[in-house]
Design a protein around this ligand. Structure first.
Ligand code: ATP
Ligand code: MG
Length: 362
């Protein structure tokens, strides 16, 4: 079974804490995406699973065995990197064949497996070419073929699409997902690209500064980000946040900001009271905000960006905080300089303790 379990894993490089107390269980046949900004420790986690780095603490299990003391080549994993690392002097056929040959498998058996892997990635007509005679996308497919030919239990992929141009990246993304379903294998996939993460993952594991912030399906991460960091990392344009303090106006608890009073639902009021937060970050997704002639937050329209399929209206609150509103093309768009009011349903707000970044309530 291809599950991967990390328990209490940490790794330092000198004084840098690259991975901090990491607990993660990747299910058999799951496509799990490790997502996070540059330097947050994604590659280190992958390299620890692969056995290319030893953790300072914690255990790594692949299937149902602890592999801390198992050599990388005996872990039954295959790794695909950003730079495909093909052998330039070898044909596509020999590149794909290489890992099998290293294992001493007899030629007839190898030829069958190479033909099958090449076929499943559309490489059959290219088997006699060398890497220099291929496009970037074709090279990446050769790297994938070389990884799948060994039938590993688990694939580890580190930004495998980042060298491809935008169009090819989208196409290869789809091919990779289809391949994973067809082979029914487990994939741990590293990227800093939130769109890649959102579109490919069964579950997203969002990392920040060496630690896991949230592990959940993409829709759940988007709808209920567990922390302010996740809230602002996922979504484009990013979630707006306005900082304020819990305060009562006419007996009703809300969040008082210098730009206006933000009303809350009864459930949110309870959650804010139960938390000891002195200062609250109120998160608003740009597509959840409406522009009207009245509403809780007065604002001035600073800039309107038209993207064809949507508009981004950048508004400035009374206290100069910026709020981006995403409007479809079927609603009226205000003019730059217009004085407006921003509205939202309290149920669509996200509340975080501004000091810790922890989510408040559901
Ligand atoms: N061999 C090393 N020696 C010292 N520091 C290292 C080493 N490898 C990684 N680090 C540090 O550990 C931290 C995590 O690095 P890692 O490569 O895992 O990040 P990443 O999330 O993969 O980033 P990126 O998206 O840029 O690839 C970084 O601060 C990095 O500088
Ligand atoms: Mg990396």
């Amino acid at each position: 079974m291809g599950q991967v379990t990390l328990r209490g894993v940490s790794k330092h490089y000198g004084t840098v804490e690259a991975v901090r107390d990491f607990d993660l269980k990747v299910m058999d046949r799951e496509f799990l995406v490790l997502l996070g900004p540059s330097g947050c420790g994604k590659s280190t986690v992958l390299r620890i699973i692969a056995g290319l780095e030893d953790p300072d603490e914690g255990t790594v299990e692949i299937g149902d065995r602890v592999v801390n003391d198992v050599e990388p080549k005996d872990r039954n994993i295959a790794m695909v990197f950003q730079n495909y690392a093909l052998y330039p002097h070898m044909t596509v056929h020999r590149n794909i064949d290489f890992p099998l040959k290293c294992r001493g498998m007899p030629k007839p058996e190898r030829d069958g497996l190479v033909a099958e892997a090449a076929e499943s990635l559309g490489l059959t007509p290219l088997l006699d070419r060398r890497p220099a005679q291929l496009s970037g996308g074709q090279r990446q497919r050769v790297a994938l073929a070389r990884a799948i030919v060994r039938r590993p239990e688990v694939f580890l992929m580190d930004e495998p699409l980042s060298n491809l141009d935008a169009k090819l990246r989208v196409q290869t993304r789809t091919e990779l997902i289809e391949l994973q379903r067809r082979l029914a294998t487990t994939v741990v996939y590293v990227t800093h690209d939130q769109i890649e993460g959102m579109t490919m993952a069964n579950r997203l594991a969002v990392m920040n500064e060496g630690a896991l912030e949230q592990v959940a399906p993409p829709s759940e991460v988007y709808a209920h980000p567990a922390s302010l960091f996740v809230a602002q990392f996922i979504g484009n344009p990013p979630m707006n946040t306005v900082i304020g303090k819990p305060a009562r106006v006419d007996g009703e608890l809300g969040i008082e900001t210098s730009g206006g009073q933000i009303p809350l639902t009864p459930g949110q009021c309870q959650a804010v009271e139960a938390s000891s937060a002195e200062s609250v970050a109120v998160g608003m997704r740009p597509e959840r905000i409406t522009i009207a002639s009245s509403g809780p937050l007065p604002a001035t329209v600073a800039v309107v960006e038209s993207l064809g399929s949507e508009h981004h209206v950048i508004c400035r609150l009374a206290d100069d905080q910026e709020v981006v509103v995403r409007l479809g093309t079927d609603v009226p768009v205000p003019k730059e300089g217009a004085r407006v009011h921003l509205g939202f349903e309290a149920g669509h707000l996200h509340l975080f303790d501004a000091a810790t970044g922890d989510r408040i309530g559901l």
